[in-house]
Design a protein around this ligand. Structure first.
Ligand code: GLU
Length: 506
């Protein structure tokens, strides 16, 4: 029988969740939803030395903002497999139980080596020109573990409370084959795999053991995670095998890396492409570093999620704008690429622009109101709605609206110097004073009405310079369609602004 589809996102609370982590969560979520399955948030906090305050809360808030909501897990309500924090699961004794099973089967052993001894081993191997020094089937023979020490010695050390770790006994020169949903069959020789630490004396498991125990106990059907875990997967296969659980293990999927915009290497959280690397603002208490978030930079969560979905996946055609429901309907691991996906900052802004345009002018106006209030702008709602209609064509973000169109609310006191230097001449004052009179005299102050005045005036006054008129009215060289802009500002305001400008210019 096919297993129920159950996927988990299993971050470690070692810092803010960066966008790569959000993408992992998203792909898990999309697949789970597509198959009517469960999506679980599990917090992998076994490495207490790397625990960062606030990280867990950040992860929960980031998932909420993105609308990637687990139906089970830390911060989202308990399900049948609580608790969902590994530090709490340790209390259940499950990790120890599985480690004991491996010990009993002769597939794991105690190792008592101190940090100094491990360091000396590494130096020895380096001196012997071993390319990748590791604790393995060869080097373990010279170390202090239950494979080299006598049974009595081991017993005594355990009784004395000598610190130890339990290591996986990886065989020498065996072929390990496993299937990855994205990469196909992967074959690795066991000589490349080290004897991973599974559990420490305080009973705390490492990631390698803990995630396997939890995936089994939580009946996970697919383990979907970043490519950085691919090298550890052969060891994981052995653990499942030695536990007698290989047939029950989740299907594996390793997601491709997200690359820097220039394709040169992995995207780092300190990337300088100008766009955020984190979904929400993140401040790391430990390092004092602060990072800006997509949310605080004015992105719509839908745009951020849409962009992330296409980082390494495609729907099989050239569709780009896809909201969550459509992503769910179309998602499959078969369409996830094996090779890295380049992060594209311009495209990311473009996505936001597309989502901006999906909003009604009314909605945009509501979102803009707080900014206007903050700037002490008093404008009636109808005016603001109309302003949004015009200005949105020029913007990627709502938070650009006010800066792009401040002149809609405040008359200019300076006029774009470049345009003036280039276009203002001896006859300008006379020409545009006449134009302004005609504007003042009209009773049809609409786009077409204003257009007609310009057409008629052009015949009488010669060619009028639209950009110059724009600068007289707004102070700046570019903006929404001129007649639309003038229609919204109103006749009185426009003619007043033009005469102020004409008086100020020599
Ligand atoms: N705790 C691991 C991480 O943060 C999870 C890897 C996995 O999903 O198995 O990368």
């Amino acid at each position: 029988m096919e297993k129920r589809v159950r996927l988990r996102f299993a971050p470690s609370p070692t810092g803010g969740l960066h966008m790569g982590g959000v993408r992992t969560a998203l792909f898990n979520y999309l697949f789970a939803k597509k198959h009517g399955g469960d999506f679980i948030l599990r917090i992998e906090d076994t490495d207490q030395t790397r625990y960062v305050n606030g990280a867990e809360e950040y992860i929960i808030n980031a998932l909420k903002w993105c609308g990637i909501e687990p139906n089970e897990g830390v911060g989202f309500g308990d399900g049948p497999h609580k608790p969902y924090r590994q530090s709490e699961r340790k209390e259940l004794g499950i990790y120890k139980k599985y480690a004991d099973k491996l010990l009993e089967g002769g597939h794991a052993y105690y190792a008592f080596d101190t940090a100094e001894e491990l360091d000396a081993m590494r130096k020895r191997l380096e001196a012997a020109k071993v390319a990748a020094p590791q604790y393995n089937s060869v080097s373990r023979q010279n170390m202090r573990n239950s494979l080299t020490l006598s049974e009595d010695e081991v017993k005594k050390m355990l009784e004395d409370g000598t610190p130890y770790v339990i290591r996986l006994k990886v065989p020498r020169n065996e072929e390990i084959r496993f299937h990855d949903v994205i990469r196909g069959w992967v074959v690795v020789n066991s000589s490349q795999v080290d004897d991973k630490v599974l559990l420490k004396s305080d009973g705390m498991p490492t990631y390698h053991l803990a995630h396997i125990v939890d995936d089994i106990e939580m009946q996970i059907s697919h383990a979907v995670r970043g490519e950085e875990w691919l090298p550890s997967a052969p060891a994981h296969i052995l653990i499942y095998r030695y536990l007698g659980l290989e047939a029950d293990m989740p299907k594996l999927a390793h997601l491709p890396l997200i690359l820097r915009p220039d394709g040169q290497g992995k995207l780092s959280k300190r990337d300088k492409s100008g766009l955020p690397m984190f979904p929400l603002d993140w401040h790391d208490e430990r390092t004092g570093e602060s990072y800006v978030g997509y949310r605080e930079s004015g992105f719509f969560p839908e745009a951020f999620v849409n962009m992330l979905a296409l980082l390494g996946w495609n729907p099989g055609d050239n569709r780009e704008i896809m909201e969550k429901a459509e992503l769910i309907e179309n998602f499959s691991f078969e369409r996830v690429n094996k090779s890295g996906a380049k992060f594209d900052p311009d495209k990311t802004k473009w996505f936001n622009q597309q989502y901006l345009r999906k909003h009604t002018d009314e909605e945009l106006a509501n979102a803009l109101m707080p900014t206007l209030e903050k700037n002490n702008v008093k404008a009636d709602k109808k005016f603001v709605v109309e302003f949004c209609r015009l200005i949105k064509e020029k913007a990627h973000f709502i938070n650009e609206f006010y800066d792009l169109g401040t002149y809609f609310f405040t008359a200019p006191t300076t006029w774009d110097e470049k345009v003036i230097t280039k276009k203002w001449n001896d006859t300008s004052k006379v020409t545009y004073t006449k134009l302004n009179k005609k504007l003042a005299a009209t009773s049809d102050w609409t786009h077409t009405g204003i257009q007609k005045i310009f057409d008629d005036a052009g015949v009488e006054l010669g060619k009028l310079d639209m950009q110059l008129v724009r600068v007289l009215v707004s102070g700046v060289a570019g903006g929404p369609q001129l007649f639309d802009m003038m229609a919204l500002l109103g006749k009185e305001e426009c003619t007043k602004r033009i005469s102020t400008a004409l008086n100020a210019l020599k």
